[in-house]
Design a protein around this ligand. Structure first.
Ligand SMILES: NC(=O)c1ccc[n+]([C@@H]2O[C@H](COP(=O)([O-])OP(=O)(O)OC[C@H]3O[C@@H](n4cnc5c(N)ncnc54)[C@H](OP(=O)(O)O)[C@@H]3O)[C@@H](O)[C@H]2O)c1
Length: 297
């Protein structure tokens, strides 16, 4: 297949691009940094230089491809509209990358017993309404002749298979810890996130490309952990003292509103039943805490 992937120079998109190129697909990847064109060529990926705002470019690339994966930005509505317009009526596959902060509760590091399932998604908070609206647009495209699916990823750990090595959540805790000598979590760190390893994410996309029914929403998860336990594991792995609680305001000053409230300070507990049932997904990596213990940093 010829597969067009946005965000091919990023953590998720780069991992997907490399994995699918290794599988023998022709992968065309959108990047916005000129230096990444040559870097991706060395990995067997054909890079197209451009921005998500370039509607005509996205439409043309979508039409030239057999399948499209959007992995640059879960919140860029214009790009999704362009890609879907390019694919409408074609019956081709469109996989959109979303993130499970859509069920985040911005609890400031407090815990929660709420666990969400794919067939009973809650109404989003105002902060997450725009992301959820994009997910719904993708699912509705099944009625416009697109084999569309939303892969809603949880906290992804593991090293990227493409250009960047780091994911977005745990590496922020590690960088802060390396700089200050103290690992810190938001509030009391009792908040829990579902997790998944990047290699298992790649497998889920591989399977969805082949088998997804149109208009399907998937949570991609295989286990969960409290931030308190993840920060303790990081402290041990880095040889630092006990991880410490951090008031939300200070966490916001370090990591910004979105990351402190949602990425690191909320609960996002979900169960991914559909990838297992509909796609036969069988993730291999079950424990983020084991990974932190063996792969510090
Ligand atoms: N990693 C996770 O655990 C996770 C889980 C669930 C959902 N997500 C979501 O999935 C998306 C991708 O995540 P990621 O971890 O792969 O992030 P990432 O490593 O930052 O990769 C995103 C890539 O897309 C590119 N990009 C972003 N905006 C663009 C634009 N307007 N035009 C062209 N290229 C653009 C970036 O280019 P530059 O490098 O030039 O900025 C980068 O190469 C994000 O929206 C993220 O919130 C991530």
């Amino acid at each position: 297949m010829q597969i067009f992937i946005t965000g091919a120079g990023g953590f998720i998109g780069g991992s997907l691009a490399c994995g699918l190129a290794r599988d023998g697909h022709r992968v065309v990847g959108l990047v916005r940094r000129p230096e990444q064109v040559g870097e991706l060529a060395a990995l067997g990926i054909e890079a197209v230089l451009g921005e998500l705002d370039q509607r005509d470019l996205l439409i043309a690339q979508a039409q030239a491809a057999d399948a499209v994966i959007n992995a640059a930005d879960s919140d860029h509505r214009g790009a999704v509209e362009a890609l879907l317009d390019g694919l409408a009526g074609s019956g081709k596959t469109f996989l959109h990358t979303s993130g499970s902060s859509i069920v985040g509760d911005a609890s400031g590091g407090e815990g929660s017993t709420a666990v969400y399932h794919e067939d009973a998604l809650p109404e989003p908070t105002p902060d997450k309404a725009a992301r959820v609206a994009i997910d719904r647009l993708v699912l509705q495209a099944a009625k416009r002749g697109v084999r569309s699916a939303v892969l809603c990823n949880t906290l992804i750990y593991g090293h990227g298979l493409g250009l960047p090595r780091d994911s977005v959540q745990l590496p922020r805790l590690v960088r802060q810890a390396r700089r200050s000598g103290v690992v810190r979590h938001v509030g009391r760190g009792l908040n829990v996130w579902s997790t998944v390893h990047i290699e298992d994410v790649l497998d889920a996309y591989r399977l969805a490309l082949r088998h997804t029914p149109p208009g399907t929403f998937y949570f991609i998860e295989n286990g969960e952990a409290a931030f308190r336990d993840m920060s303790a594991a990081i402290a041990r792995a880095l040889g630092l003292g006990e991880a410490q609680d951090w008031p939300l305001e200070q966490a916001v000053a370090e990591w910004g509103y979105e990351m402190a409230n949602y990425g690191l300070g909320s609960n996002s507990r979900v169960r991914g039943e559909r990838a297992r049932r509909l796609l036969g997904w069988a993730p291999k990596h079950a424990s983020v805490l084991d990974w932190i213990a063996t792969e510090p940093g």
